[in-house]
Ligand binder design. Structure first.
Ligand code: HEM
Length: 504
């Protein structure tokens, strides 16, 4: 879909929305509206403004209602934003049958249209990521490490000591997709360019077209969404690669049961451990592989600077506090959109915070992701990138536990877990660090993401020199409404290091 078509559809959606007879009864809510956005005309004006200035409006709402909840006008309804840390902690702790993460995500990503309604109703792939994938990280790390070496060599394709200008986002997406798929589906498929491109294109399509579909009123979605969504064509395409692999795995399971000597330790097996009924078919399993790829690929872009040289075994990565700190800081500033942790209130009586603030049934409740990640009460000089902010803290408290303790805690009860681990690691979530969400639905893939990104950054630093295209300048993020991603046109210079080490 070209830019003109996108613009046209967006304009059409906005126009239709203006004529859509939205119920304004909720504007009589006791919860205050964003200042200047109350009333029919003002609210529509603000809702249109959200499309181009979402982050600015969320920051304004934070300044105006620092300790409370306010209503933000969107084109099709009012949404609620909770600013106070205590409220954020309550949202994080609420059970799925009170505040639904899955129905919140279904709205944000338009899951029914971009992925299929079964993904929201039976998200068992998240359990496979939280359990088996996380538990197997240490065992599978040598393969991930091996893939990083090959992926950097093939994707950067540097012949000699010359500097090469590379496009950051597409290059990192190739490397991340390939490394992740070494774990998900193994060799040789993880190196198939057509398969990787399919996963990357599907990821981009879910995030961009989901935002456009979201602009349309419900009654128009059945007409418009199938034209915009690439779900069916992507799944058909994915079956070309995954179909034979999954067919063979299902045949083996039928012949030998769930445990057999050469059973691969990969995502397909981890999904099969949990899949029941209709989920145990080739297309249904292929869709879960596609969705897990989408979750894994979407957020992995970062700035890189030389920090220090260490070995890069899994154990060494655990002690690489500065790389961990650098990535956490990078995510703190660039990793959350204006709104995070979207939840749909599904409890019949609505949701009431401990201080009595009441959110009605059916409403969407959010937290101001980027704003809390840059709250001056939590972070000194919060808008400044300080790569070693967290490693200094860590050195000060002299904590030595690493992400494994946290990962093991997530994967299941562990009587030997150390309760005093440092809680400002890359994988640690908090009401003032919402990059991976927080609470019950905090990203289950973050242990893998942290291991993979730390290994990638360490490898990059040991083997390549890197510099910004324009010294000291980070290109501004691309933003649309409440959606924010690294600048798609950002470029950096890369060359092989003169004193190239052979990998540890
Ligand atoms: C830097 C990389 C990543 C970031 C920033 C990230 C961020 C997030 C966020 C913000 C959420 C929602 C949390 C909430 O609303 O409370 C989430 C959920 C999720 N993420 Fe990630 N993620 C990353 C990598 C991954 C990877 C590598 C995987 C898979 C291997 C993954 C799988 C998932 C899944 C399955 C969920 C849904 C959780 C549930 O159903 O409870 N993510 N992620």
């Amino acid at each position: 879909m070209d830019l003109d078509t996108t613009t046209l559809l967006t304009a059409l959606a906005a126009l239709l929305s203006l004529f859509w007879l939205r119920s304004w009864s909720s504007s009589k809510s006791t919860i205050p509206a964003l200042d200047g956005a109350d009333g029919l005309i003002a609210s529509y004006r603000s809702a249109l403004r959200v499309l181009g200035h979402g982050a600015e409006l969320v920051r304004r709402g934070y300044t105006q209602h620092r300790t409370g909840v306010y209503r933000m006008p969107m084109l099709l309804r009012w949404e609620y934003v909770a600013n106070a840390p205590a409220h954020i902690a309550e949202i994080a702790a609420a059970p799925e049958d009170v505040l639904s993460f899955h129905l919140g995500a279904a709205e944000t990503l338009q899951t029914e249209w971009t992925m299929g309604s079964e993904i929201a109703h039976n998200p068992y792939h998240a359990l496979a990521v939280r359990g088996s994938l996380t538990r197997n990280l240490a065992r599978c790390f040598p393969q991930v490490q091996d893939e990083i070496v090959h992926a950097f060599a093939d994707v950067l394709a540097l012949e000699d000591m010359e500097w090469k200008l590379i496009d950051v986002v597409p290059t990192l997406m190739q490397i991340v997709a390939r490394t992740s798929n070494r774990l998900f589906v193994g060799l040789p498929l993880c190196r198939d360019k057509e398969y990787l491109d399919l996963n990357i294109n599907y990821t981009v399509s879910v995030f961009t077209r989901g935002q456009i579909i979201r602009l349309f009123p419900e009654f128009l979605k059945p007409l418009v969404a199938p034209l915009l969504s690439s779900r069916k064509s992507s799944l058909r395409h994915a079956l070309k690669f995954l179909g034979p692999l999954i067919d063979a795995r299902l045949a083996d399971e039928r012949a030998h049961g769930p445990e057999w000597a050469e059973r691969p330790n990969d995502l397909i097996s981890w999904l099969l451990d949990l899949a029941t009924g209709e989920e145990r078919t080739t297309p249904a399993l292929a869709l879960r592989v596609l969705i897990t790829n989408m979750a894994a690929i979407h957020t992995s872009s970062m700035a890189a600077r030389v920090v220090e040289s260490e070995g890069w075994s899994k154990a060494a990565l655990g002690s690489m506090h500065r790389i961990d700190s650098f990535l956490r800081e990078s995510q703190r500033l660039g990793g959350s959109g204006p709104l995070a942790m979207t939840r749909k209130v599904v409890a019949r009586d609505g949701f009431t915070f401990a201080d009595g603030t009441h959110i009605p049934h059916g409403a969407f409740l959010n937290t101001p992701g980027h704003v809390v990640n840059t709250e001056p009460d939590s972070y000194a000089d919060p808008e400044t990138f300080d790569g070693f902010r967290f490693s200094r803290l860590r050195e000060a408290v002299n904590a030595d536990a690493d992400a494994d303790a946290d990962a093991a805690k997530e994967a299941g009860p562990n009587p030997n877990a150390n309760p005093t681990f440092f809680n400002r690691q890359m994988v640690s979530t908090a009401p003032d660090h919402l990059v991976f969400g927080h609470g019950r639905h905090a990203c289950p893939g973050r242990f893998f993401a942290a291991t993979e990104l730390k290994a990638m950054l360490a490898y990059l630093l040991l083997h390549y020199d890197v510099k910004a295209e324009t010294p000291g300048v980070r290109p501004p993020d691309d933003a649309f409404a409440m959606f924010r991603v690294p600048n798609a046109r950002g470029r950096i210079w890369v060359r092989k290091r003169a004193d190239l080490n052979s990998e540890a």
